[in-house]
Design a protein around this ligand. Structure first.
Ligand SMILES: [Zn+2]
Length: 159
């Protein structure tokens, strides 16, 4: 998924949980905010590494116990990884799913595109169209909620 879709899902989780601050939104951003700079700096040769590994999810599970809003960060983080796994699967890059086992297992031929080049690769893929449906559904639901909330209640009197 593209970065803004992860943020959207994090915001939806925050909205569902009734938290205005955006802890799930922060959690949904962290895997990419950690891994993309590391790959761009040449620390790792793949764009899904420590932030996308199940190891980070397990460590994050420990933080959940310690902090008040850790559960929301964990939910956002987990949603990011689940959506990345889903997108890679529907795009048919099954060996790339091994990123979840980083550093022990890695894809023999990872996509390894930097964020800008990834967007051009991604446009037109099956995952892109699923993402469009996701956006349309969420924006439609949001618009319905906003419009229904703002419409004055009218009573019709039959004459
Ligand atoms: Zn990601």
């Amino acid at each position: 998924m593209i970065f803004v879709t992860h943020l959207l899902i994090g915001a939806v989780i925050d909205r569902i949980k009734g938290v205005p601050i955006g802890w799930a939104l922060i959690g949904s951003a962290l895997p990419d905010l950690i891994d993309k700079p590391l790959a761009m700096a040449g620390v790792f040769d793949v764009y899904h590494s420590i932030g996308h590994s199940f190891v980070s999810v397990i460590c994050l599970g420990g933080i959940v116990v310690l902090t008040k809003y850790g559960k929301l960060i964990f939910l956002g983080w987990s949603s990011h990884i689940a959506l990345d796994l889903f997108q890679i699967a529907i795009n048919g890059r099954f060996t790339d799913l091994l990123f979840i086992f980083w550093p022990w297992l890695q894809s023999p031929s990872p996509l390894a595109l930097p964020p800008g080049a990834f967007v051009f690769y991604y446009l037109g893929s099956p995952g892109f169209f699923v993402e469009i449906v996701l956006w349309v559904g969420i924006v439609t639901k949001w618009a319905q909620t906003r419009l229904l909330w703002r419409l004055p209640t009218q009573s019709f009197v039959l004459q």
